[in-house]
Write a new protein. Structure first.
Length: 307
């Protein structure tokens, strides 16, 4: 496996149902089907949908005739028990006759250790869990041990439809460091359509507000740095500052991508490091666009015959 493949395989979970794209189920399903048949299909991860729309998903896919099974990430809403029951029905249908979707992961908002443990009890055993946790004060550090105990991951929201929804580079750095220190992997969602940090429109409307948005490559390479800093026993203050610097770098710093490594300035990440990163540190990110991340990766030299 090359460095590009190690970093990017299955990186992008498709969230076309969600803002700012906000596609219908039929259109989101159609696009995901097309992406899965295209030359960049290896970048795709899971199809993301709320538990409340599992029935709509099933009807939409089966209406298209004989279909293959897609890996799903299901978002669990406030009605936790009912949503997990819906997930269990999908799991059973897949077990019996294959079905058009297999629940690979469930994402849950959780504010207490008890809620984290309950989710593990309710979720199908084979489904991985990611928990969107409060990030204010000491709550994150207090809950990460419970996430680790149930074999789950943390989840960070890195953007939204208004500038205030975009966390600072320092806040994201602190989240990444907390996860690295607790040895808990994480995934990300929202505001990560583009590879590199920069000022962007928050929606597709002509009068959209703009903000400086995080880049998904900045995020994942900061996570790789956090793993190394944690293993080296780096002081928390210094580590967070280094991660913030990586998150804040913009398009002025180009990448060099080879079979053996990804380089940016004085920093280099080997294929081995990037494989470890994706397996156990930074898992994936959700995006309502697949074209935009691919467009950036191609422009940056990641999507070559060597990747």
């Amino acid at each position: 496996m090359t460095a590009g493949r190690a970093l990017l395989t299955g990186l992008i979970d498709y969230a076309g149902l969600f803002p700012p794209a906000g596609l219908s189920m039929a259109e989101a399903v159609q696009r995901f089907a097309v992406y899965r048949q295209g030359p960049d299909a290896w970048l795709l991860g899971r199809f993301i949908l709320p538990a409340s729309r599992l029935g709509e998903y099933h009807a939409c896919r089966t209406a298209r005739g004989r279909v293959d099974t897609w890996p799903l990430t299901v978002l669990i809403g406030p009605n936790t028990v009912a949503d997990f029951r819906a997930v269990a029905r999908v799991h059973e249908a897949h077990r019996v006759d294959g079905g058009p979707g297999s629940v690979a992961a469930c994402d849950v908002k959780a504010e207490t250790a008890a809620a984290i443990r309950q989710a593990r009890t309710l979720a199908p055993p084979q489904a991985s869990l990611a928990f969107e946790l409060p990030t204010q004060g000491d709550t994150l550090a207090e809950l990460l041990p419970a996430v680790k105990d149930v074999g789950g991951a943390a989840k960070i929201r890195t953007g939204g439809l208004v500038p205030a929804a975009v966390p600072s580079a320092g806040a994201v750095a602190s989240f990444i460091w907390a996860c690295a220190s607790a040895q808990v992997p994480f995934k990300a969602t929202a505001g990560l359509h583009r590879a590199i940090r920069g000022q962007r429109a928050l929606t597709y409307a002509p009068d959209s507000p703009v903000a400086v948005l995080h880049g998904f490559l900045n995020l994942f390479l900061a996570a790789a740095a956090a793993r190394a800093l944690s293993r080296a026993g780096t002081d928390a203050g210094r580590a967070v500052a280094e991660l913030e610097a990586i998150l804040s770098r913009d398009a002025a710093d180009p990448f060099t991508v080879t079979d053996e490594s990804v380089r940016r300035g004085a920093d280099a990440w080997s294929t081995e490091v990037l494989s470890d990163l994706r397996a156990s540190v930074a898992l994936s990110f959700g995006s309502c666009s697949f074209e935009e991340p691919v467009e950036d990766l191609r422009a940056l030299g990641f999507l070559t015959t060597q990747s």
